[in-house]
Design a binder for this molecule. Structure first.
Ligand code: HEM
Length: 528
């Protein structure tokens, strides 16, 4: 017995006694059991082996993207309306119906490309994933802080992420030649590039950024009428960003600045709030628009499709345990409740497969039994059984030997009312692999540049010059070509910064992977 462990408890020390996971009290947490004080260790030393072997398994794989993040908890309060109108004609989702109705929520903010312990003061999109624990089961709205994305088809996601992650040979972080190589071959990324390399690319904190669902979803009402919907979270705290210089200073001092800011604010009772707004559009192809409403590289103009508020989210609790509530929380775009639905957005369908697939690998087959992921405000009754770490049997207390359906002798039955009736427009088509017809990759990128204030334009240009000056000539030329097609001034200014003029790129042909129409050809003919 060690000297430490053999000490009787100090007077007044009423702390509880340490045990192992079998409930056995631990008398000595300092010394292994050995033959003599200097002797070899014994293999039957259960307490020591349990402690070490559990430690050996402390980590689960980090998320393949969005590994660095912070979770918080709170509630969502519905307004009972959508803008000036009652909400029921638009969606039957119960959480929105009554003014003042509160739903518990969990949120996880994140960066995308870095590892679990990486810096939070980086230029990177921020994740904005909200879990609503509704009475109809959970709803996850898995969004980002920027309203558009780099690609529009899920099949490109692994390549896109590889290009942004460290070099697989040197493990050097975000190598401009790799990042811009992919972007230069991906014209649909241009709109997002003008945002991520602008001041919006480094938020000053998680509290001071917007959130967007990015992909297009649907709302369904009682009659089965569907509408297209896009979600926007607007921070009551306002929107604030850092310049690259601000971020560099912060990064030199601390890696977890956003997490600390969030938890400090909650601890002092300064609870952050975001208003949820939606844009609605009738559920059809909208041939009158010069973009496809299901294309996540585009925004819907707010003049035509105004933002309409539906409720307010307040965060008032930090996690009690980071691993249990942040590392193991699992969001997915397939997690919807009655009255909310998918659209045919080709990113959304791929995302919907990817999330639960990765979570079964990352957290385990029974990840939905963990407290933070449970549908805590709805009853869960399934015939899913067993698997690694099955924590309980969610058979709803029915006949436990009938773990199948249909059955005449008991068990669970199907719900009477189909929650989703036949709905939405009729879709027809042959099986194919084709890009969407209305790609229009340049117009919104150019408009975004022209609508920016002068200091924002200067920041974007400087960031593009900084990145592109580290790239091969062929990548530089192709990027300048794209920038000219978006907006002459942008192409010209960035080109000047790296020694490329319009005549140097005029000869380039459209990419094979690119949609090419009259508008693009006209711009190419008049380039510079
Ligand atoms: C996390 C896949 C696009 C937002 C993840 C994860 C995967 C993934 C595998 C890790 C999940 C986990 O381990 O729990 C994909 C695929 C995409 C895609 C395949 C495209 C096809 C997007 C887009 C957004 C987004 C467009 C924004 C709207 C997020 C967020 C997280 C995440 C916020 C972190 C969730 C958390 O905090 O746990 N994504 N993603 N993703 N993704 Fe995506």
């Amino acid at each position: 017995m060690s000297d430490v462990a053999s000490q009787p408890p100090a007077e007044g020390d009423d702390r509880k006694v340490l045990t192992n996971r079998q409930g056995h009290p631990v008398h000595d947490n300092q010394n292994q059991r050995t033959v003599g004080a200097r002797g070899p260790a014994t293999l039957e030393n259960y307490q020591f082996l349990e402690k070490i072997s559990h430690f050996d398994r402390e980590r689960v794989p980090e998320r393949v993207v969005h590994a660095r993040g912070a979770t918080a908890f709170g509630s969502f309060e519905a307004y009972g309306s959508v803008g000036d109108e009652p909400i029921a004609p638009h969606t039957r989702a119960k959480l929105f119906q009554e003014a003042g109705k509160r739903t518990d929520i969990a949120i996880r903010f994140s960066t995308v490309a870095g590892g679990r312990d990486s810096s939070e003061a980086v230029r990177d999109p921020r994740g904005f994933a909200v879990k609503f624990y509704t009475e109809d089961g959970n709803w996850d709205l898995v969004g980002n802080n920027i309203g558009v994305f780099f690609i529009r088809d899920a099949i490109k996601f692994p390549d896109f992420i590889h290009s942004q992650k460290p070099d697989p040979v040197t493990f050097e972080r975000q190598v401009p030649n790799r990042v811009f190589d992919f972007w230069s071959q991906t014209p649909e990324a241009l709109h997002m590039i003008t945002l991520i390399l602008s001041p919006r690319g480094i938020p000053a904190s998680y509290r001071h950024m917007q959130g967007f669902g990015v992909n297009t979803y649907k709302w369904v009402n009682e009659e089965g009428r569907t509408q297209l919907v896009k979600y926007h979270w607007l921070p009551r705290q306002g929107v604030r960003s850092w310049s690259q210089a601000d971020a560099d200073v912060m990064q030199a001092q601390e890696l977890g600045c956003h997490t600390r800011d969030l938890y400090d604010a909650i601890a002092r009772g300064d609870f952050p709030q975001w208003e949820l707004n939606v844009q609605l559009m009738s559920d059809d192809e909208h041939p009158e628009l010069d973009f496809d409403p299901l294309d996540d590289t585009k925004v819907w103009p707010e003049e035509a499709f105004p933002l309409r508020p539906v409720g307010l989210m307040t965060l008032n609790r930090a996690p009690r345990n980071f691993f249990a509530e942040s590392e193991q929380i699992a969001f997915g775009t397939g997690v919807l409740v009655d009255g909310l639905d998918f659209s045919d957005d080709k990113m959304l369908v791929g995302r919907t497969f990817s999330y639960s697939d990765t979570q079964r690998h990352r957290v385990g087959a029974n990840y939905l039994q963990l407290p933070v992921n449970q549908a805590r405000n709805a009853e869960v009754r399934t015939n899913q059984r067993d698997g690694e770490m099955a924590y309980y049997v969610d058979d709803g207390g029915e006949n436990p030997s009938v773990n199948y359906e249909p059955s005449i002798i008991g068990g669970l039955r199907e719900a009477q009312e189909p929650s989703h009736d036949e709905q939405g427009p009729l879709i027809e088509g042959r099986l194919t692999r084709k890009r969407i017809p209305r790609t229009n990759d340049y117009a919104q990128a150019g408009e975004r540049y022209l609508l920016s204030e002068q200091w924002e334009k200067d920041d974007l240009v400087a960031n593009l010059i900084d990145g592109l000056s580290q790239c091969d000539r062929a990548i530089q030329e192709r990027m300048i070509w794209h920038l000219y097609l978006a907006e002459d001034e942008l192409g010209q200014r960035v080109g000047e910064g790296i020694g490329i003029v319009a005549d140097d790129v005029r000869h380039l042909k459209p990419l094979q992977s690119q949609g090419w129409g009259e508008a693009e050809q006209r711009r190419l003919d008049n380039l510079g």
